[in-house]
Design a protein around this ligand. Sequence first.
Ligand SMILES: [Mg+2]
Ligand SMILES: [Zn+2]
Length: 194
Amino acid sequence: MTAPAAVFLDRDGTLIEEVGYLDRPERVQLYPWTVDAIRALNRAGLRTVMVTNQSGVARGFFTEAVVMRVHERIAQLLAAGGAHLDAYYYCPHHPDGKVPEYATACECRKPGRALVDRAVAEFGIDPAASYAVGDRWFDVSLARTVGATGILVRTGYGADEEHRPPAGVAADAVVNNLAEAASWLLIDRDRRAR
Ligand SMILES: [Mg+2]
Ligand SMILES: [Zn+2]
């Protein structure tokens, strides 16, 4: 039996188009392959967990209510294609924030691990059997920190990030987009199960 596992999915530049600080649900745009990729992960029995840094809350650009409306919009668009995410976790903090209640050096801002730990507690998943997918090196660092497998996608900031790896951080795979990440990790998971 394979261990219960999750895919920790970055939001901006990974699931949806990177548009800077996303302050309105109407600006949500899934990539053309997002629904199919998530459905494939759903069908494989993997937990799909969004983990996103939303420092725009701490910076006063938008409220948590807006973040939640954006996530409802994403959920609607996924549901229309028969796909779903099991959880939508976000960090609203930033140490340099302008909104006092969010201006903190927290444990949940990636590459901090608090949101992954929350998923472990909530879903009983095994981080070592899990994956993190994102367009920034801190998404890969998060995978390293929790003992998961880290995949960098070239969408969003990923194509630029690929050429500027921070010292000591390497991805397990660098792929063009979420569709390729889903294929890669499903094959990897199958190989490990043998
Ligand atoms: Mg991103
Ligand atoms: Zn936080």
